[in-house]
Design a protein around this ligand. Structure first.
Ligand code: THU
Length: 144
């Protein structure tokens, strides 16, 4: 694992401890690295009206958007498992989160590194956003 991957997986695992996931019992953590090394992390946030639940990646990206730093995103670590379970099976971002990550990639004019891991262990899969979301719809399609 690269230093950044290690840092982000560790931060994502810590963030997952704050998951509010009483319905799925599946805790996800996301840790996003900005160009200056800042790490912004978040966990999934569910709702009794299930469809309103927010993924960890989405919460983290909304925090970054609100800080005006969308164009500074360089990488993200994502981890998850059933609450209390130990799993080394990597978690990959859902389709909606890939699209949300694409907004940052397009605004920052750079591909993003995505480090995926389970709640424990050294198994990490590394992807680029363009690999997970090829031919994306983005700001350029709307003239931005
Ligand atoms: N979840 C995430 O937080 N990120 C993903 O990329 C996939 C799914 C959450 C949503 C829900 O709270 C739980 O995992 C089970 O789907």
């Amino acid at each position: 694992m690269t230093d950044n991957a290690k840092l982000l997986v560790e931060a994502a695992r810590k963030a997952a401890l704050n998951a509010y996931a009483p319905y799925s019992r599946f805790a996800v953590g996301a840790a996003v690295m900005l160009a200056d090394g800042e790490i912004v992390s978040a966990a999934n946030f569910e709702n009794a009206s299930y469809g309103l639940s927010l993924c960890a990646e989405t919460v983290a990206m909304a925090m970054i958007g609100n800080a005006g730093k969308l164009d500074q995103v360089v990488a993200i670590g994502i981890t998850g498992s059933m609450i209390g379970a130990k799993s080394d099976a990597p978690i990959l971002p859902c389709g909606r989160c890939r699209q949300i990550l694409n907004e940052a990639a397009q605004r920052g004019k750079r591909d993003l590194a995505i480090y995926c891991a389970g709640s424990e262990g050294d198994t990490t899969q590394t992807y680029s956003l363009s690999e997970l979301l090829p031919h994306a719809f983005g700001p350029a399609d709307l003239g931005l």
